[in-house]
Write a protein that binds this ligand. Structure first.
Ligand code: B4P
Length: 197
């Protein structure tokens, strides 16, 4: 692979589309840190921090953590040295307000996003995946009722971002159904083409 320095990437998709799984692959391929707001929140809940206590019931109900709080966490994370070569954001931004906050952080450093991977998968498939994960991991937000609610929140608040990124010409649409390796290969080819790697 040709070197692709300074790739600033996002992965977006419905809960269960496979973002976390594919984020790790993309981050490794482009040698950038994967930053998942969901993972940050879950680590804080587990550690019993102030932040964890604040967000626990919100996440248990499948609601979104308030923009102001989420934006602050990401802005802080993007100040660390390891993002100098780029980053992959997983699960952020999830609202129009979060897009504007991220734009402001990047613009302040005269930077912009290079590509946004949209991982597509139909609702029944993603609900089935998450129910399977619930059996294995027992995540607090993986009950059927909460999973369905998270899909609704995605459709209402996050899906509208797709058009916004498409209009910017940085959207890369990938079919998220099939084997993990096959999806990873699809993403790699589509991203390489987009980034000119
Ligand atoms: P997230 O951690 O982002 O949870 P998610 O949307 O469910 O995605 P996740 O990464 O877990 O699942 P994935 O698609 O990888 O957010 C959790 C909560 O945190 C949110 O509901 C919200 O409350 C809060 N939050 C996070 N970010 C926020 C923000 N920016 N603003 C406000 N609130 C925020 O799917 C994974 C499952 O699918 C796995 O079990 C995996 O094994 C399986 N899978 C993956 N690929 C597969 C494939 N090809 N075939 C079969 N199964 C596959």
């Amino acid at each position: 692979m040709t070197e692709t320095p300074n790739a600033r990437l996002l992965i977006i998709g419905a809960p269960g589309a496979g973002k976390g799984t594919q984020a790790a692959r993309i981050a490794e391929r482009y040698d950038v840190p994967a930053i998942s707001t969901g993972d940050i929140f879950r680590a804080n809940i587990k550690a019993g921090t102030q932040l964890g206590k604040r967000v626990q019931s919100i996440i248990e109900q499948g609601q979104l953590v308030p923009d102001e709080l989420t934006n602050e966490i990401v802005a802080d994370r993007l100040k660390r040295d390891d993002v100098a070569r780029g980053f992959l954001l997983d699960g952020y931004p999830r609202t129009v307000d979060q897009v504007h906050a991220l734009d402001a952080v990047l613009e302040a450093e005269a930077r912009a996003l290079d590509a946004v991977v949209l991982l597509e998968a139909d609702t029944d498939a993603v609900v089935a995946r998450l129910l399977k994960r619930a059996e294995i991991e027992g995540r607090i937000d993986d009950t059927e009722e909460v999973i369905r609610h998270r899909q609704e929140v995605y459709a209402e608040q996050t899906a509208p971002l797709i058009d916004l990124f498409r209009a910017r010409g940085i959207l890369v649409e990938v079919d998220g159904l099939g084997e993990v390796d096959a999806v990873a290969d699809r993403i790699a080819s589509a991203l390489d083409a987009k980034l000119g790697a």
